[in-house]
Design a protein around this ligand. Structure first.
Ligand code: GAL
Length: 385
């Protein structure tokens, strides 16, 4: 009898130790101490992070990761939920803070009605107003990619809820600081140049000669893939693919970050770039990394440098090196993250899109090195700061 009882105690003891070991092992694998590009990246609940086309805000000691909340299947490429936000102290481990901006599930006429396309959300903090400001690329429901608008939302808290203010086409009635006389003379009606006129035209000068800038002067410039950048003096800029994606615009935002001032520059004219990112080194140099235009399919990244955001920009070519460098390691840029407290330490953030099952998209985060004044990105299976 006694022997039987002892046996039971031993069994319970061994079982207890085993469960404890398993529990701590489980905890240990879920706590990251490195980046694993392209692997599933689990949040505090063990769920793959759902923040695609994202960007990071650092505020009061915390990193906030905002991105597109995708759902399963091809339908997941449209916005059914909104913008997801996560927080982290170390950049490896992320806590789910829910939906920062929700699409409108009631009003089907809302600009951000459920089923619209809401991409590449970015959030910046305005010190003067104490508000968090979100801009994103917006395509109105049922119009595919024809609307080419920017949306803006605001919140008192970094985790939201953000309130949608409006959507617009930037810089209505304003000429780029480097617009030429032929653009101004040829202010065209909306029907004059169409997307079809661009078919097969890839010579930058011929693209420019179509004067899409002039066509959109009255109604505002097209704005698709985008990013935000706050300079050291607190001025914020909106960078976006404009003019039927042929030309990149860098536009100054108003003091409250809620509108455009009308001061903007055209860069990489007729070069069809997407997924723009901007960052600045301690030397005061501005860098650009972006992609070409091939939809969800990856292409070769491009980079450039400037002493002034308004240019001139000097092109530096593909920053990626090594195997799969020609497809940006099968991904497309979304943000360049300056690591806090580490001088000139930047993380290249990109998306490996999976359009057939949008929710499964993977995150490619890689360190940026500088070689002879050029940014360089190499593939790493695992790395840490
Ligand atoms: C990509 C763009 C994405 C998304 C996609 C749709 O080129 O970067 O944000 O718009 O096209 O095909």
């Amino acid at each position: 009898m006694l022997a039987k009882k002892r046996g039971t105690y031993t069994y319970l003891f061994v079982f207890g130790i085993l469960s404890l070991t398993l529990f701590s092992f489980k905890y240990a694998v879920e706590k990251y101490n490195a980046f694993y590009p392209a692997e599933l990246w689990k949040d505090n609940n063990g769920v793959h992070i759902n923040a695609h086309g994202g960007g990071i805000l650092f505020h009061n000691g915390l990193y906030y990761w905002y991105g597109e909340h995708k759902i399963a299947g091809y339908e997941g490429n449209k916005a059914h939920v909104g913008v997801h936000v996560y927080t982290s102290t170390d950049l490896y481990n992320w806590t789910d803070k829910g939906i920062a901006l929700s699409v409108d599930t009631v009003d089907t006429k809302s600009d951000i009605a459920k089923g619209c396309i809401l991409e590449r959300p970015k959030v910046i903090y305005n010190k003067k107003t104490g508000k968090f400001v979100m801009w994103f690329h917006l395509e109105l429901k049922g119009m595919k990619y024809a609307a080419a608008r920017s949306g803006v939302a605001v919140s008192d808290s970094p985790t939201g809820p953000f309130t949608f203010i409006r959507s617009l086409r930037p810089n209505k009635g304003a000429w780029a600081i480097n617009a030429k006389d032929f653009h101004k003379k040829g202010v065209l009606s909306a029907s004059t140049v169409t997307r079809k006129d661009l078919n097969g035209v890839r010579d930058p000068q011929k693209v420019d000669a179509l004067n899409i800038l002039g066509r959109d002067f009255k109604g505002g410039q097209m704005a698709r893939d985008m990013n935000l950048f706050v300079d050291d003096d607190g001025k914020a800029y909106h960078i976006f693919s404009s003019e039927e994606n042929s030309t990149t615009h860098i536009a100054e935002l108003s003091d409250d970050y809620l509108s455009h001032t009308g001061k903007y520059v055209r860069c990489f004219v007729g070069m069809f770039m997407e997924a723009p990112t901007l960052f600045k080194t301690s030397e005061g140099k501005y860098y650009f990394i972006g992609s070409g235009c091939s939809g969800w399919k990856p292409n070769t990244a491009r980079s450039a440098v400037a002493d002034d955001l308004f240019g001139p920009w000097k092109r530096l070519g593909n920053p990626c090196i090594g195997e799969h460098a020609e497809t940006t390691f099968d991904s497309q840029s979304t943000y360049v993250l300056p690591v806090q407290g580490k001088k000139d330490t930047f993380i290249f953030m990109a998306d490996r899109w999976t359009p057939k099952n949008a929710i499964d998209g993977r995150y490619i985060w890689l360190p940026i090195y500088f070689e002879g004044g050029k940014p360089q990105i190499k593939w790493l299976d695992k790395w840490s700061l």
